[in-house]
Design a protein around this ligand. Structure first.
Ligand code: SF4
Length: 174
């Protein structure tokens, strides 16, 4: 097992003093930098920095950033939830490291659609029928893979086909 123990600190979000969520920072007692290219290959980081090794993952609307000696997770309700997420990523790190001989390490993040390119195909009326406040926010959700082109009822056939063709060039499941 590469990562055995950590100490967890819970910090308030200073940018949003009234926020209902907090951030968790786990200081790692073992160095996990060597495992990050393997974890990246398995989980698909949205951003990967080679030196110093840092991988940022997005899952369930929150960001998890892992570097050699620290894991941070944002937008958690409390310590219990932060600990659960840190333990999950610890499992992923240890599994990837244990199976590294069968994994091709990856040193870059997953390619994502560009929001500006998606916006070109949307009606841009901000009508909210997709339950998003603006077409821009809808485009962000599309880029994350959280929404699909079917969720905008105002896309005409040509625009929808062009948008789908653009989105199909990316692996949004990663
Ligand atoms: S339903 Fe379509 S046009 Fe309306 S806000 Fe959403 S993306 Fe924009």
């Amino acid at each position: 097992m590469l990562l055995k123990t950590f100490s967890l600190e819970i910090v308030n979000n200073h940018c949003m003093p009234g926020a209902m969520s907090v951030n968790g920072i786990a200081r790692l007692n073992q160095d996990v930098g060597c495992a990050l290219p393997y974890v990246n290959a398995v989980l698909g980081a949205i951003e990967y920095i080679k030196d110093p090794p840092t991988a940022t993952f997005r899952t369930q609307g929150r960001l998890i950033s892992v570097r050699s000696d620290q894991i941070t997770v944002n937008a958690v309700q409390d310590r219990e939830q932060a600990e659960k997420i840190i333990k999950w990523i610890r499992r992923e790190i240890n599994d990837a490291w244990q199976n590294r001989e069968t994994i091709t390490p990856r040193y870059k993040g997953v390619d994502r659609p560009q929001v500006v390119e998606i916006l070109k195909h949307l009606p841009r009326t901000n009508c909210r029928e997709c339950r998003q406040p603006t077409c821009m926010v809808f485009a962000l959700r599309l880029a994350e893979g959280a929404k699909g082109s079917d969720d905008c009822p105002h896309l005409d056939g040509e625009s929808k086909a062009a948008l789908d063709e653009y989105l199909n060039g990316f692996d949004l499941d990663n």
